[in-house]
Ligand binder design. Sequence first.
Ligand SMILES: [Mn+2]
Length: 265
Amino acid sequence: MSGRHILITNDDGIESDALGPLADALAPLGEVHIICPERNWSGASHSITLFRPLRCRPTMLRSGQPAFMTDGSPTDCVRLAVLGFLRQKPDLIVSGINRGANLGDDITYSGTVAAAMEGLLSNIPSIAISIGAFGANIDFGPASAFAALLARNIFERGFMSDALLNVNVPATAADRILGVEVTRLGKRNYRDQLVERLDPYGNPYYWVGGPAVSEEAEPGTDVAAMRVGKISVTPIALDLTSHALIEDLASWDWGWSAPIEVSAR
Ligand SMILES: [Mn+2]
């Protein structure tokens, strides 16, 4: 133990079988704390709980490690940890390993990435890590080992910038992974469809969904790196300002030339 504290959280929930291998891989680098949502929050983005209390109960992973589970979101997990639930503020936050890649536009939906954003907002080095597969029997070994490698780099280099690291690992054996590429966000194309069906009482319900399809992948992007079987590491900053538009917008006519109509009923 180096006296360092590492927080693991996720958006897939406390039952994810990725947590055990990840915790094992990070254990040599510091004391590992696990706080995860008690259910799956995939797609919850950066939501926080405001108008009800949070419960945080001790539990144990199927693989045996002690952990805590909350009825809050992934971001709530980080806020709990950072604001005092853990006696020591974490030195590193690792969110994942998420089932399913988080590439390009995915990060605007991702609870996995949002937890790392919350870590960054709390001035803690943060990693979001995802694997390019869904379903059962995924080998989380290579992704866990890479998370540990990245953590070692962060601790040794004193990484603290205005970015989190969004990591995607191909779901293949370690010797089939073709390297590591530092990337920018690519473009993700979704084939979402609105499906209308009838419930047993004859009332319609709706289901929006579909696979992510990435036809074109520009070189240098996370999408392209993953497609050729490389681990992708993307630094993500939180300033969403379109700097290119600032000057253009400033030249618009902002005068209140027309009277504002107020209609009362
Ligand atoms: Mn997820």
